[in-house]
Design a binder for this molecule. Sequence first.
Ligand SMILES: C[S@@+](CC[C@H](N)C(=O)[O-])C[C@H]1O[C@@H](n2cnc3c(N)ncnc32)[C@H](O)[C@@H]1O
Length: 259
Amino acid sequence: MLEFDEASARRVETSYLTPNVVDQRRQVIAALDLHPGESVLDIGSGPGLLSVEMAGAVGPAGRVTGTDISQSMLDMAARRTGPAGAAPVTFHRAGVEALPFPDAVFDAAVATQVLEYVGDVAAALREMHRVLRPGGRALVLDTDWDSIVWHCHDVPRMQRVLAAWDEHLVDPHLPRTLVGALEQAGFQVEQPWIIPLLNVGYAEATYSGGLIPTIAAYVTGRGGLTAEDVDAWTAELRDLGSAYFFSLNRYVFLARKPG
Ligand SMILES: C[S@@+](CC[C@H](N)C(=O)[O-])C[C@H]1O[C@@H](n2cnc3c(N)ncnc32)[C@H](O)[C@@H]1O
């Protein structure tokens, strides 16, 4: 699995500041329908971008708590400041499978791009359910990597790169089983939806432009891919210029703990 050390934490932060992921956070916050004074848990808070934006939405009477298992991510998140009038935000080192909080203390809990890295998703969802108050909302967002459309000329090489990249997650196809898993944990699931990430024309400062070096670093030496193979894959994509085409779906599930 991908280790979130200082270098990869910085790469995640860069790609999460691109317009696609800024818009993803906007949609997540709108769907959570946060109110002033609410207490929100951000599980796998990573660089803390969503945490501080949610702190703005719940205001000074609210509270946001972030948790993560990566110290590099927690350090990065702790340096982030929220907008004026934002709720206090605290970050804790904790795995989602055993949250260090009492029962029924949060109004909302969110895990974006986290559960696909988790071995025991059922335990994670049971923990999200336990710490939510009755009527509380959970939002889970994950990628299904089979939804990727990435134009290239060397299709077999692209397939080898993406097969090796699938290994960076415990479950690269988690969304297709999440409704059942949420219901099993005791949630009522509302209508799921997708957030497509689309980049047409190559540009480094886009979600997929930033993803290319992350994938390149991870797959080199995996699945028989040499540094030369990966360099050629990278160069081919960059050289596509205006013919470059990438799309990928995020799947979003809003659920409620029965009240
Ligand atoms: C791709 S990042 C997403 C960060 C953040 N949720 C966001 O959307 O901006 C995944 C994060 O999940 C964290 N993570 C992975 N497994 C975890 C676990 N079992 N418990 C808590 N956090 C975990 C990683 O350390 C990393 O910070």
